[in-house]
Design a protein around this ligand. Structure first.
Ligand code: ATP
Length: 235
């Protein structure tokens, strides 16, 4: 990754109604880098992704991207700047088949990934084009959800626990996809509970506790810092 920053989050606060859940979140992502947000359930990882995307709208602080502070922008505007979120619940259309799901998202920018490239990246999807969303396995649904955000042309991806509940062989496949996207210059923020998986794809890890980043571990130090990591994650 280059030294240039793609995103910088500074002193970010977010609320759900009266409930204050991000308390000065801060981290940065360089162009072409993969970083993870690691932490226990309820630490505020998903809220951070949703705040960047403008889905959580009660937010304050700085989310600097492309020379602008995203805190004052709507999620539509943010999407048009080339950021896309793949939510934990894998927002695909259950009643539509794979092809229809891929053709549905509006291409919000030029340069949305072509179907041929998507099928090269996800050969399983190519074989399941006529299958309805509900008939897909968890892994296939996850791949379809990632494929859909690639169709938007976004180059900055927010992935919320893409490996959750998936079999090890599918997790490996998702890992290969993420490394391939990185090699093609995408910048990725990944929320994970599975730090073993995180270590196979990421450059740096930010540890999230109580709505803040409490530590940063470069991936090449993760081996020495297993104990700290276990403590943070409670595993
Ligand atoms: P998880 O892996 O469980 O999603 P997380 O680190 O992503 O954990 P968040 O989902 O961001 O955590 O949740 C942070 C806090 O905000 C938690 O205390 C959670 O209960 C609360 N919270 C999350 N979503 C809402 C909501 N829609 N309304 C109110 N409180 C919420």
């Amino acid at each position: 990754p280059s030294a240039q920053r793609a995103l910088e989050v500074r002193d970010l606060h977010a609320w759900y109604g009266e409930s204050h859940v991000l308390h000065g979140m801060a981290f940065d992502v360089r162009e072409g880098e993969v970083v993870t947000l690691l932490g226990r359930n309820g630490a505020g990882k998903t809220t951070t992704l949703k705040s960047i995307m403008g889905i959580v709208r009660q937010r304050q602080g700085e989310i600097l991207f492309g020379g602008q502070n995203l805190v004052s922008l709507s999620s539509n505007k943010i999407a048009r700047m080339g950021i896309a979120l793949c939510p934990e619940e894998r927002a695909i259309f259950a009643s539509l088949n794979v092809r229809e799901n891929l053709l549905l998202p509006p291409e919000v920018r030029e340069g949305g990934m072509r179907l041929e490239t998507i099928f090269e990246l996800f050969p399983n999807l190519a074989e399941r084009l006529a299958s309805q969303g509900t008939k897909l396995s968890g892994g296939e649904q996850q791949m379809l959800a990632i494929a859909r955000i690639l169709r938007t042309g976004a180059r900055f991806l927010l992935l919320d626990e893409p490996t959750e509940g998936l079999a090890p062989v599918i997790v490996q496949q998702i890992g290969r996809t993420i490394r391939r996207l990185k090699s093609e210059g995408f910048t990725i923020v990944l929320v994970e509970q599975n730090f073993r998986f995180a270590a196979t794809v990421a450059d740096r890890h930010f540890i999230v506790e109580h709505g803040q980043v409490v530590d940063m571990i470069p991936n090449d130090e993760i081996g020495h810092r297993q104990d700290t990591l276990h403590e943070y994650l409670g595993v």
